[in-house]
Design a protein. Structure first.
Length: 358
């Protein structure tokens, strides 16, 4: 189920739920040797389930496609969209967890396993320098153990470093990928005409108008880098041939609907965006929105999410047993200390002594 308070999740899902866009995504944005294995004469089947942990859906969205292989049989393409402004270092580990959940489902329903091709779609501002193999996450893994340790690679589609001429496929797909590419970029206002221009040849068609509507609402809710006025002016400049005043009225209506949607999301949306960029921007964002009380709650939840992930990565299930106690901590300063201490604590009990000294 999509998290509807997350505009990136909604936009990503709505775009790639379209069969033509999904087919072109697999055709043009996977490695050529992998795409050649897929039988794309029929649209890939979009599976309904999400495998991302609920507490991490503010940072990640996922889509799972089942597709026929030319050689016979089926395979999956699992797409994980990361919409933090910085890369997640342990993304390979997270992918492994989600892939195991998919295989668990296969074993229950089909009593066999089907191959999964994992794709990470990234559109953050920071450069992606995260390892693309699972075994790299291990420190000094002895060569003798490598054959007995799980390993795989994922395919990275880094939209932030994909040139505009490399955007291929159906117009609706190219528009969406361009919007995702520039949503965190300071040059977004100067790119509006180019992004909108992709729709010029199809704007008179229902699919073109729908793509424009969805994109304008996305820009209205997902960024403050452009104003409603700038969006309206860009629409008028780009689509004057079908009636400037008509497009101005349509754009105004969509932008207002998007603004109202953003207001309905209110505190939750604002806080989640702040958490996404980390503690360094969370305070500033909260003050700008005048949501001091909500900010405190958001910072607390963000720390708890980070602590939960850190405990699982460092100590596994034993570490997660501390969470029922940690979630009771109301002091944000103490939560910060616990969060930092995960890196140096040797055991869960050592960490526990920080917030429950004897």
């Amino acid at each position: 189920m999509a998290d509807l308070s997350n505009p990136h999740d909604r936009y990503f899902r709505e775009t790639l739920a379209d069969p033509e866009a999904a087919r072109d995504f697999l055709r043009y944005y996977l490695p050529a040797e992998v795409a050649a294995l897929l039988d794309l004469t029929e649209a890939p089947e979009l599976m309904k389930d999400s495998f991302v942990d609920p507490e991490l859906r503010v940072y990640f969205s996922d889509l799972l496609y089942r597709v026929r292989l030319r050689s016979g049989g089926d395979a999956y393409v699992y797409c994980l969209l990361e919409h933090k402004s910085y890369p997640e270092p342990a993304v390979a580990y997270q992918l492994l967890r989600y892939m195991i959940r998919i295989w668990d489902h296969d074993l229950r329903q089909l009593e066999k396993l089907q191959p999964i091709f994992p794709v990470v779609v990234y559109h953050g501002a920071a450069i992606w320098r995260v390892p693309d193999r699972l075994q790299v996450l291990f420190d000094d893994l002895p060569e003798e153990l490598q054959a007995y340790t799980p390993d795989f690679r994922y395919w990275l589609l880094d939209l932030s470093h994909l040139s505009d001429v490399e955007l291929r496929g159906a117009v609706t797909l190219r528009v969406a990928l361009a919007a995702l590419k520039y949503i965190f970029h300071p040059d977004l206002p100067n790119r509006l005409d180019d992004i909108l221009g992709l729709l010029q040849d199809v704007i008179a068609q229902p699919t073109g108008m729908r793509a424009l509507e969805v994109m304008l609402r996305y820009f209205t809710v997902a960024t403050d880098r452009v104003t409603g006025g700038e969006l309206r002016q860009a629409v008028e400049r780009t689509f004057m041939q079908i009636g400037g005043e008509t497009m101005k009225t349509i754009a105004q209506e969509w932008l207002e609907e998007g603004r109202q949607e953003g207001l309905r999301q209110g505190t939750e949306s604002g806080l989640r965006e702040g958490l996404e960029k980390g503690m360094q921007q969370g305070v500033q964002l909260g003050l700008q929105q005048g949501l001091q009380q909500g900010l405190q709650q958001g910072l607390q939840q963000g720390l708890l999410d980070g602590i939960r992930l850190g405990l699982e990565l460092r100590f596994g299930a034993e570490g997660l047993r501390l969470m029922p106690e940690i979630v009771q901590i109301q002091d944000v300063s103490l939560l910060r200390v616990v969060h930092e201490a995960i890196r140096v604590a040797e055991t869960p009990e050592e960490l526990r002594r920080i917030y429950r000294p004897t």
